[in-house]
Design a binder for this molecule. Structure first.
Ligand code: PLP
Length: 364
């Protein structure tokens, strides 16, 4: 049988969760709550939803589903350009920001190159790196946070890419401006710095590193953001990258021409205008965060304070066993490694279900 190169065969595939309906059937449970994928518990932006429903109802519209989408993403790029004060040719759209990680790695890495990243961090970075036959250099977190000094120390002449998830997934921690300033002084030319800001809109800390400042200073960097989290459009798959025009031109060569759908583009334009949905999402998240901190404190359980819409909990027990017990209570979270879990902050009732389930299975 035909075999892929060994660096492909060695990739550990991303294991998606089962559809909730299937899981419920298997376990014989009902009304489960899904707190596993850091989605927006309030749902999509109502303005975005209305816009695409109107579009679908209007069969004479040029955006009908029989037509290919606008491959240039003209209108959504225009909206982003105005919102972010960057030029349209400094923006690239992706089928989720996930696709942009992959395309950027394929654009700038070759077999034998190195990409520096933190561990644990977003699992797609090592996968995209390995898919090219390049090497992931994984630097342990320090206090659950990217150790940017150690990451700079790990740069060698082979390093072509450095990934920072800010906030980090799975720990929800951020890097601050002084850490970024120090890193910028040390990073040599010829390295693409990818700053993945999938949870950017949730961050409240005033000292959060301003990646756009460094972009404006002319750094070789790609800033990634998404409509999947704060804007509630994970199912439509749309994210974007911001980088210098020359970098965007190169990445664009590998971007599939119709990688974002007409519905996702339309929804994104309206989600960007939906300030009420963003406000409500922040409120639900802040309230949920406070409730979960309080309850976890009273249970004496450890957690890492978060700047995002999920909480990382280092455990003193096996995470897979705990996950299994929580599942049987109808609560779906994400085990991360052997002794930690990540739980998405949900609606008040969902958070309560998580805490109630935790109380039951922890005391058993
Ligand atoms: C840090 C980080 N980056 C990127 C993504 C990908 O998001 P999407 O492809 O939905 O834009 C995620 C999703 O969970 C994430 O946590």
């Amino acid at each position: 049988m035909i075999k892929p190169p060994s660096y492909i065969a060695d990739i550990k595939p991303y294991v998606p969760g089962k559809p909730v309906e299937e899981l419920e059937r298997e376990l014989g449970i009902k009304d489960s709550v899904k707190l596993a994928s850091n989605e927006n518990p309030l749902g999509p932006s109502p303005m975005a939803l209305k816009a695409i429903l109107d579009d679908l109802a209007n069969t004479k519209h040029s955006n009908s589903l029989n037509r290919y989408p606008d491959g240039s993403g003209y209108y959504i790029k225009k909206a982003l350009s105005e919102k972010l004060s960057v030029s349209e040719d400094e923006i690239i759209l992706g089928n989720g920001s996930n696709e942009l990680i992959d395309i950027a790695a394929r654009t700038f890495l070759k077999p034998g190159d190195e990409a520096v990243m933190a561990h644990p961090s977003f699992v797609v970075y090592p996968m995209s790196t390995q898919a090219i036959g390049a090497k992931s250099v994984q630097i342990p977190l320090k206090n659950y946070t990217h150790d940017l000094d150690a990451m700079a120390d790990a740069v060698t002449p082979l390093t072509k890419m450095l990934f920072i998830a800010n906030p980090n997934n799975p720990t929800g921690t951020i890097n601050k401006q002084d850490e970024f300033d120090r890193l910028m002084k040390r990073l040599p030319d010829g390295i693409l710095l990818i700053v993945d800001e999938a949870y950017y809109e949730y961050v409240a800390e005033h000292d959060y590193a301003d990646s756009m400042k460094h972009f404006r200073e002319g750094r070789d960097m790609l800033i990634l953001r998404t409509f999947s989290k704060m804007y509630g459009l994970a199912g439509l798959r749309i994210g974007y990258g911001i980088a210098g025009k020359d970098i965007i031109t190169e990445i664009n060569k590998l971007r599939p021409p119709f990688n974002t759908s007409s519905l996702s583009q339309k929804a994104a334009i309206w989600a960007l205008k939906d300030d009420a949905h963003v406000k409500a999402t922040r409120e639900v998240n802040d309230e949920g965060k406070k409730y979960l901190y309080r309850e976890l404190d009273s249970l004496g359980l450890k957690y890492v304070p978060t700047e995002a819409n999920f909480i990382y909990m280092p455990l003193e027990q096996d995470s897979l066993a705990l996950n299994d017990k929580l599942l049987r209570q109808g609560v779906i979270i994400r085990p991360m490694g052997p002794q930690s879990i990540r739980v998405t902050i949900g609606l008040p009732e969902e958070n309560r279900r998580f805490i109630e389930a935790l109380k039951k299975v922890i005391s058993r």
